[in-house]
Design a protein around this ligand. Structure first.
Ligand SMILES: NC(=O)c1ccc[n+]([C@@H]2O[C@H](COP(=O)([O-])OP(=O)(O)OC[C@H]3O[C@@H](n4cnc5c(N)ncnc54)[C@H](O)[C@@H]3O)[C@@H](O)[C@H]2O)c1
Length: 502
């Protein structure tokens, strides 16, 4: 018979715990909130009153409803008060020793039928469960920040979790108005595993000089429509937390892409942890969010466009409309653009091969238009600063945000996006999760406009497979090699991974 949960304990009323307590109380459950001492309990009360108070101010709750919700939450500093709880969820700091000590205590205090849950982001639920005499009743219930708003809950079962418990916890999550995604106990679960690989990879691109913090953030935000760029997000998560999650991922996967980028270690060691300390990749000293704008500069008298498709004609029309003289050449014959001040080669792959065929190779840049707002501009080893600056300005004139980068496979966007999509395919292929759950997890947990499989279908499996092949050929990084499932779907002519595996 399915379990019912009416009284829920929440231990730790910090960032996450206070939000989790609020979520349960809003759904009509009785909540016992436990903090370490009176001062922390006061802070917890403050979080609860502040968060529900904001909802009242926004007209989302009436004062009566707020009082009802707060009235369902009993606050205490005594763990012993959890004796009658049906479920206790822990949200104390991410330190294994703290969690083990707490779970040993909860095991002693709570009634035998009670379920013990952890909100850990990266620690092993199995290792936490093993400190109790009831490992079959220990489970992960991973909320996202801010808990009252984010719709995703990852439910983590271990190899010893009793049958049916994960389904009962998933039902409870639905009762809270959340979408549950149930998975086994692997480092990072779904969201952090996919997300932190991508964020760490972005750090690597900056370290290798591929592009800059601002350009990468602009590319992913404006080009891919992610809610924010990777460095803004890293600052928000906290660089210490990000570093720690990468470490945990690496310890389990031994995949060097999970090894925390040295720049993360350096910033963490320097105490620059992101928003919470006022400085990380960005500085928040004046409290304003980072911006990426710079003013447009010089102009060019004649631009050359190299491209074989419709994009070249469309770009020519845009230049025309903006009052710039431009000529087009096909890649088979570059003569028409030989005299141009700047030569823009439309390509999502390296363009140095084209540059060396020109009398002025220093005038050529690669151009990859991403979505309708971003233009990646690739400088080869021969490109002059003047040509790069001119291309930069031309893109601004036609209303696109220029993103400068080196002439490397994948440039910025595809170099970051395709390995992320490949990781999702590998996760699917390993049987860890499903297409629908992975898509839901990334959409609801990260606020992405689409899940990785929705993105794969939209971009085209073959395009992503070929992009990964190019990345692999350039870097020989094993995890860039297209996942066998992706490769086989392309070979078999299957157009949609969601239809095939969904
Ligand atoms: N912050 C996030 O974005 C986020 C997201 C998902 C999961 N998590 C996980 O949630 C957990 C809590 O993270 P947080 O960001 O809320 O931390 P936090 O530091 O904001 O809050 C932790 C709270 O636990 C209290 N506490 C410490 N020891 C205690 C004890 N023995 N008994 C009772 N209370 C105790 C502290 O006083 C503090 O209020 C961690 O496991 C973290 O990995 C965090």
């Amino acid at each position: 018979m399915a379990r019912t949960f009416e009284t829920v304990g929440v231990v730790g009323l910090g960032t996450m715990g206070a939000g989790i307590a609020e979520v349960f109380a809003r759904a009509g459950l009785s909540v016992i909130g436990v903090e370490a001492d009176e001062a922390a309990l006061d802070r917890g009360r403050g979080h609860l009153e502040g968060s529900t108070g904001k909802a009242v101010a926004r007209g989302k709750l009436t004062t009566d409803q707020q009082q009802e919700i707060l009235g369902r939450i009993v606050l205490t500093t005594s763990r012993e008060d959890l004796a009658d709880a049906d479920l206790v969820i822990e949200a104390i700091p991410e330190v294994m020793e703290f969690k083990r000590g707490l779970f040993a205590d909860l095991d002693r205090i709570c009634k035998p039928s009670a379920v013990l849950a952890t909100n850990t982001s990266s620690l092993s639920v199995t290792a936490i469960a093993a400190t109790t005499s009831r490992p079959a009743q220990v489970i992960g219930m991973h909320f996202f920040n801010p808990a009252p708003i984010m719709k995703l809950v990852e439910v983590i079962h271990t190899v010893v979790t009793e049958d049916g418990l994960a389904a009962d916890i998933a039902d409870l999550a639905r009762r809270l108005g959340k979408t549950p995604v149930t998975v086994g106990d692997r480092a990072g679960f779904v969201v952090n595993r996919l997300l932190l690989s991508y964020l760490n990879h972005a750090c690597g691109l900056v370290e290798s000089g591929r592009s800059t913090r601002d350009d990468i953030d602009a590319a992913m935000k404006l080009g891919v429509r992610f809610p924010m760029g990777p460095f803004t997000l890293l600052d928000l998560i906290g660089l210490d937390t990000s570093y720690e999650v990468c470490e945990v991922l690496f310890r389990e996967s031994r995949d060097r892409r999970h090894a925390p980028a040295p720049v993360l270690r350096e910033l963490v060691t320097a105490g620059l942890l992101g928003r919470k300390t006022g400085r990380g990749f960005y500085s928040y000293a004046d409290g304003t969010p980072p911006t990426h704008e710079t003013a447009a500069r010089s102009a060019v008298s004649m631009a050359g466009i190299v491209g074989d498709g419709e994009d070249a004609a469309a770009l020519l029309a845009r230049f025309d409309a903006a009052g710039f003289k431009a000529v087009v050449a096909e890649t088979s014959d570059l003569t028409p653009v030989a005299g141009a001040d700047v030569v823009i080669a439309l390509s999502d792959t390296p363009v140095v091969e084209l540059a060396v065929r020109l009398p002025h190779p220093e005038r050529l840049v690669g151009l990859h238009l991403v979505g309708d707002a971003v233009a990646e501009i690739a400088s080869t080893v021969l490109t002059s600063d003047e040509a790069a600056a001119a291309a930069h300005d031309l893109m601004k004139v036609i209303g696109r945000t220029p993103v400068s980068c080196r002439d490397r496979a994948g440039l910025v966007v595809n170099a970051l996006l395709y390995p992320y999509l490949n990781d999702a395919v590998r996760m699917l292929e390993s049987g860890y999760s499903t297409v629908e759950d992975i898509d839901n997890a990334m959409r609801l947990g990260c606020g992405y406009p689409a899940g990785p499989f929705e993105m794969l279908d939209a971009i085209g499996l073959e395009k992503v497979r070929d992009g990964l092949r190019a990345l692999y050929a350039e870097y020989r990084e094993p995890s860039f090699a297209p996942a066998p499932l992706l490769d086989q779907l392309v070979t078999a002519g299957v157009p949609s991974i969601r239809e095939h595996a969904g």
